[in-house]
Design a binder for this molecule. Structure first.
Ligand SMILES: Nc1nc2c(c(=O)[nH]1)N[C@H]1C(S)=C(S)[C@@H](COP(=O)(O)O)O[C@H]1N2
Ligand SMILES: [Mo]
Length: 542
């Protein structure tokens, strides 16, 4: 853009107010209008497969797995927010270009908006369950975007390189935009531009907030869930004894509240499942194919279990792990009805949004309580955690077992089918690695000299923790005090009294299981089957 003489330096204010900047702003606002109009109409007419959702999901699908792994590692449960921020940034940059392009050559700007609309339409149409009518909101958004771009670009001042008003023709659809050219070169149009831009930005904001509110109000699953009363369990879990909690203040609660429970999944928007029409198909290598409705589950003999769920992406010492009381139907009973055929060794579970997990068949048939869960901590499953039905399998990482928004179980063989994360370089099986986590004091904490309460949580899934040992610097390992165990499928807390002397110290913890086996010291990254190593922190004693 030759909008300023290269020899004369312009003050910053003038540069910001320059034609290029205004054109870029026009592009951003036009893109905002396309997205918000499309999203608002999409929410109004479907509330399900909206343009932004389709665009974001496609963006996530096309994100290479190394970048996804990085996002989970760097941002944890905010991984999706981070990826979406990346998407928003990309759109902003492209929209700036679009504005400048439209300013120089109007037809190029129109083509840009149409291209944007086409990309969104392609995203919408390639999502599962798309219908042809789902194209309309984006089409309307595209038209609105072109109109707004035209209005704004017309108000951007037109000056040639030497500061002369540029004669028409450069932009405009083949020089047919005389009105715009004329308005653009009039003095004071900069103020009119910003007035118009301000109104557009306000309209975009109102549409964005309105779309959000409308989407929430229309979320039928949220409403159905709050009206749902879970049945009493046929086999209730014992109440949680107070002695499960570490005596060290500040250690996480033994039972993780639903709102604090980590969330990891590939779903950009939480599926909105109608429990009334929900059905689970059990098929594949079985003698009898069966279908369960949600009512079938509620009417069955449900059991309560305490199970600690862990994510394979959890780093040593990390917090992608939680412990809840689950209510559900044992999967071994479901499988006993379906009667798997000889040769089957895996159950591939599929969620409504296409995520899959491969779980060894024998783990779902043995005496551990792998369940089809409908309740979490005395409530129906929260939408984020799989409403209406998910799997909970003691001893296995979530990516190979804990399918949320479950709709399909196929009895099959590891040799025949591969699950979602296995296709992306993660392991085929995922037993949870034994781990002791130091929670108090925190990494890099400063503590006063004298008696310091140390504490944390440890798990040896489906085996049980038989000890936790703590080491200060290179000293001897000492036994920590274990809190009460409730079940081998849930984590166990511990505490340790440390006589701290001034200086910088390393604190290390390791778990002991199977009466005497020590958690491996070998450091491993989460990929492909979970992190390992002793959790070590540094603290300063003053
Ligand atoms: N439908 C669906 N289920 C899923 C996933 C997913 O991406 N989609 N992620 C799995 C993974 S990797 C984990 S660790 C657990 C996490 O369950 P939570 O979000 O309830 O803590 O869900 C599992 N179930
Ligand atoms: Mo996970």
């Amino acid at each position: 853009m030759a909008i300023s003489s290269p020899t004369r330096r312009k003050p910053l204010g003038e540069l910001l107010g320059g034609a290029a900047t205004q054109a870029a702003l026009a592009g951003i606002l036009a893109a905002g209008v396309v997205l918000c109009v499309a999203e608002l109409l999409g929410t109004f007419f479907t509330a399900r497969l909206t343009p932004l959702f389709a665009l974001g999901s496609t963006f996530i699908d096309f994100t290479p797995s190394w970048l996804k792994d990085f996002a989970i590692a760097a941002f944890g449960t905010n991984d999706k927010a981070a990826l979406l921020a990346g998407m928003a940034f990309t759109i902003m940059v492209l929209a700036c270009l679009l504005g400048v392009l439209a300013y120089r050559k109007w037809w190029a700007g129109v083509s840009g908006v149409i291209l944007m609309g086409t990309v969104i339409v392609a995203c919408v149409l390639t999502r599962a369950g798309a219908q042809q009518l789902d194209v309309l909101p984006t089409a309307a958004g595209t038209v609105a975007g072109i109109v707004v771009l035209r209005l704004l670009v017309n108000l951007v001042p037109r000056h040639g390189a030497g500061g002369r008003p540029r004669e028409g023709g450069q932009s405009g659809a083949g020089g047919q935009s005389e009105a715009g050219e004329a308005t653009g070169s009039q003095p004071g149009s900069s103020r009119r531009f910003f007035l118009m831009a301000g109104w557009t930005a306000a309209a975009v904001a109102v549409m964005a907030v309105g779309g959000q509110m409308l989407g929430a109000a229309r979320n039928a699953a949220l409403q159905a869930r709050s009206a749902l009363k879970l049945p009493a369990p046929a086999r209730a879990a014992p109440p949680v004894p107070p002695a499960v909690q570490s005596s060290t203040p500040g250690v996480d609660p033994w039972l993780t509240p639903n709102d604090d429970f980590y969330r990891i999944d590939t779903a950009l928007r939480v599926p909105d499942i109608d429990a009334g029409s929900w059905a689970l198909r059990v098929h594949g290598l079985v003698e009898e194919e069966i279908t369960l409705t949600f009512q079938d589950l509620l009417d069955a003999d449900l059991i309560e279990t305490y199970v600690t769920l862990a994510c394979v992406s959890n780093p040593v010492g990390g917090d992608l792990v939680g412990n809840a009381k689950w209510l559900g139907l044992p999967l071994r009973e479901v499988l006993a009805r379906a009667r798997p055929l000889a040769g089957a060794d895996m159950v591939l579970s599929t969620s409504v949004d296409g995520f899959t997990a491969s779980t060894p068949l024998e783990v779902l048939q043995d005496d551990r309580d792998a369940i089809l869960a409908v309740g979490m901590n005395d409530e129906p499953l929260p939408l984020d955690h799989g409403y209406p039905v998910r799997m909970v399998v003691p001893g296995l990482y979530g990516f190979v077992s804990a399918t949320k928004w479950l709709v399909d179980l196929e009895v099959t063989r590891f040799a025949d089918k591969e699950a979602y994360w296995t296709q992306r370089g993660w392991s085929e099986r995922g037993p949870v690695k034994t781990m002791a986590r130091l929670e108090v004091p925190r990494e890099s904490a400063r503590v006063p000299a004298g008696r310091v309460a140390v504490g944390g949580t440890a798990w040896a899934q489906h085996v049980g923790i038989s000890g936790v040992e703590v080491q200060v610097d290179d000293g001897d390992w000492s036994e920590a005090m274990l809190s009460q165990e409730v079940t081998v499928d849930a984590w166990r807390q511990w505490s340790f009294d440390w006589e701290a002397v001034p200086g910088r110290h390393e604190l290390r913890a390791r778990a002991v299981y199977n009466s005497g086996q020590v958690q491996t010291e070998r450091k491993a990254n989460p990929v492909p089957d979970g992190a390992s190593g002793w959790h070590t922190i540094t603290v300063t004693v003053e």
